[in-house]
Each structure stands twice: as C-alpha cells, then as structure tokens.
Design a protein around this ligand. Structure first.
Ligand code: AMP
Ligand code: MG
Length: 425
C-alpha cells in the first residue's frame, strides 16, 4: 500500500508553521508498513488543492489530507475535493445537529452561519466524527472513469491534536487492514556530553549501513541522538529486532544515554528525583547562564516539588552578598574559577541537609576571554551533603550555544549525582 500526505495551509507554505502533521503521519504509516510516496504542501488556494489531489490519486492507494476544513473563507479543502470528485457538497444533518448542540453547550445558542460549512461533505462521501473540534472529517473514494484508479481519501483537520485522533480512529485501521509492506519501528536514544564522532566510535560496527536494524546518529543542541530503525515484514519481528539493537546500543553507551524518544534532560532529572527516596530540593546559582538552568528545571510541570530557588548572581558583589562567596576568593582566582563556583554552589545550598546546590560561572563571550581562560570556559559545581565537586569545561560556539551547553552540562552533573555515579567523560 502506498500513501501520499497532503498538507494545506498558507501558514505552511509561508514557513510560519512547521508541518508537523506530515512528519507524524509518515511515522505512523512506516510503523504499519505503508510506503509513503511523498509529501505535498499547498496554500489555501482551491485550484492548487484540486491539482494536488488530482496528481496524487493516480499515484497512491490512500491520500491523507490535513488542513483547510475550518469555517472561514480561506478553508477550501472540502470545495476542492468536491470539485475533483465532481460531486456537489451536501449538508450532513447529523453533523449539523452536533454542531448546534456544541454551540448551545458553550453558551452560544445561535451558531454562526459560517460554521454550517463545516457540516458539508461531497455527495457519496462519509463524514468522519471529530471528537476534539467542530470540523467533521471526510472519508471519500476517488474512482477514475474506467475504474482503474481507486484511491481512498481522508480529509482531516489541520489542528494536530484533532488530526491525530481522527487518523488513529478512522484512517489507520483501513491502512493497517490493507497492509502489505515492511514494518518500520524506531527508537531514539539521547546522549549529552560527548561529540557525535565519539558516540559513533563507541557504537562502532553497530553503525554499519548494511545492518538491519540500521543505527545512525544526529545532533541537535549538543544532544547526540542515536536513531535505530528496524524494517521487517512483521510487527513481531520488527519489535524483537529493535529491542535487541537497542540493548546493544545501550550496553556500549552506558550512562551516557540519558533518555529515549521524547525525553529531555530536565524531564529525566525530574523522574530521577521523583524515584529517589529522600526527595532532594534543588537550588541554583548562575552567572553566565542568567537563570537558564533554573528555567530548564522549571520547564517541567510539577517542578515546585523539588525546585527551591535560583540565584542569578552576575556581579561579584551579588556573589558575595547573596551567596557568601568571600571577596578575597574572587580576587585571588577570578569570578570564573572552580573555587568560586564551589563557593557559589555551597552558598546556594546554604547547608540545607537535603539540598543540592548547582552553580555555573563562565565566559559566554564574545568578549572577556583571556589566553588562560578563553571564551567558552565554564566552571560548574554541585554541592550536596556528600560534598562539593567542580569541573571546568571549554564549550565551543557562540554566546547562545555556550550558555545552552553550560546549563545542559549542569543538568548532566546533577543526573550523575542522582545516579550516585561519577561522570564518565
Ligand atoms: P486548519 O484546519 O487549516 O484551519 O488548521 C488549523 C491550525 O492547525 C492552523 O492554524 C495550524 O496552526 C495548524 N496546522 C495546520 N496544518 C498543520 C500541519 N500540517 N502541521 C502542523 N500544524 C498544522
Ligand atoms: Mg488552514
């Protein structure tokens, strides 16, 4: 079975919204062995949508369309589909009643006439329920005059949440039933701390391009991700092989792997704290990152359970005044030094028995570097009841990168502390 994915929306062709629907749909199709012949994107232009549908129906067995079924004048997918099918749009009474009931429920007894169009579908097509929004989806079949070409067409809303629900409930069973091709299952393992080439070196033969599952690496924001794709004829075989390959990758990478798939460093740290018996409280003391570490930690919902406070101590006076770092220590070693970072972490923790203080002091640039402390020099310290440890790193890149890597490295030091292990790199 072959599919084409068509996304509709001016915001997509203008690059204002990233087309996440196509990526997600492709992943879903790969997982059930449906080959994707291509992705198409067109703006809110009826002729362009018609052309895209006409071109696609002869090249695939199923066409998945998302977007352009809202209530406004620029939503033209249903009109385009009706034109290609040469059928008139008809009002679907069932969906009209659903819409009216919905608007009554939200306290708007008179529904805008604009919304009526959301209950219109081409004659002969079936309406697909939308449990999360007001636009009904459309399930249609295109047949060429000689009946040689038959293509199933699913039209779904552009809103990712609504599209996903509709696809999984209505389109996926059809695609699965038709089946045929190989199944591709994937797993992504995330690492932070070593460069891509060093991660690849550790993986060695596992990255041989002739292998199946195939293992590859990508890097984004300093996070090196290992992608494992298993392509097999059956779901069971793909699952088993993927699990085996994952195990082999994990065994060579060890604790370098902080998470998988949608995991992020702050989320993983949150899970570690949650799982630990004594629920430590985290405090931060930041200089060059200006609060970025505290921001990352508090990106996680529920972080108030373990995040106590964050200090942004940019000046030497703030380091002394708020964290009790001795002025003499700063004079002697400079603000960017391990002794000062250690004192900042201890000051932030303020002796709290169950507290962990993390401090960052560095030179984010572009100015301020010296031969002995070049731009990118960052000292990170972590203080707990087990003692205080510090490390000095030299991060490459511009100001934004150095700040980002500093905060991620601080999270990584925290992760290893919570693991009860020494950082292995
Ligand atoms: P529409 O159904 O065309 O009115 O789209 C509603 C909203 O869904 C748009 O404003 C976009 O924010 C979002 N959207 C539409 N298409 C996509 C897509 N392919 N990927 C991600 N978001 C989308
Ligand atoms: Mg739109």
């Amino acid at each position: 079975m072959r599919a084409i994915i068509l996304s509709v929306g001016d915001e997509l062709v203008l690059g204002q919204t990233v087309d996440t629907n196509s990526a997600w749909l492709s992943q879903q199709l790969a997982a059930v062995g449906c080959a994707v012949a291509g992705h198409l994107t067109v703006g809110d232009d009826q002729r362009a949508i018609e052309q895209a549908i006409e071109e696609s129906v002869g090249r695939c067995d199923v066409l998945l369309v998302s977007g352009g079924i809202g209530p406004t004048d620029d939503d033209l997918t249903r009109q385009a589909l009706a034109a290609v099918l040469r059928e008139p749009l008809e009002l679907n009474e069932k969906w009209l009643h659903r819409l009216e009931a919905f608007f009554r429920k939200v306290g708007r007894p008179t529904m805008s006439p604009l919304n009526r169009v959301q209950a219109m579908i081409p004659r002969g097509a079936a309406m697909i329920e939308n449990t999360a929004g007001t636009a009904a989806g459309i399930d249609a079949s295109y047949r060429s005059g000689d009946q040689k070409t038959v293509c199933r067409i699913y039209v779904m809303p552009g809103v990712p949440k609504e599209m996903k629900l509709m696809f999984q409930r209505d389109a996926l069973p059809h695609v699965q039933h038709a089946g045929g091709g190989a199944v591709i299952l994937s797993r992504i393992l995330h690492t932070f701390g070593l460069g891509e080439s060093l991660v690849a070196e550790k993986l060695g033969d596992l990255m041989d391009r002739r292998r199946n599952p195939i293992v590859g690496t990508t890097v984004s924001g300093g996070i090196v991700s290992v992608r494992i794709n298993a392509k097999f004829q059956t779901m069971e075989e793909a699952r088993r092989q993927l699990a085996d390959a994952e195990l082999m990758c994990r065994s060579v990478l060890g604790d370098l792997v902080f998470g998988q798939d949608d995991d992020t460093l702050p989320l993983v740290v949150a899970q570690q704290i949650d799982a630990s018996g004594d629920q430590p409280l985290i405090t931060t003391a930041e200089s060059c990152t200006g609060g970025l570490l505290a921001k990352m930690l508090t990106d996680v919902p529920g972080s108030s359970a373990y995040f106590d406070r964050g200090f942004v101590t940019y000046s030497n006076e703030a380091k002394t005044g708020m964290l009790g770092v001795p002025a003499e220590l700063i004079r002697q070693h400079g603000a960017v030094s391990e002794p000062v970072a250690l004192a900042m972490a201890e000051g932030a923790r303020a002796g709290g028995d169950n507290m962990i203080g993390i401090a960052i002091s560095g030179i984010a640039g572009p100015g301020g570097g010296t031969p002995s402390k070049p731009v990118g020099t960052v000292c990170i310290a972590l203080s707990s009841r087990d003692g205080t440890i510090g490390r000095t790193f030299i991060f490459p890149g511009d100001r934004e990168m150095i700040r980002d890597r500093s905060a991620k490295m601080a999270l990584t030091m925290l992760r290893f502390h919570l693991l009860g292990k020494e950082m292995s790199f």
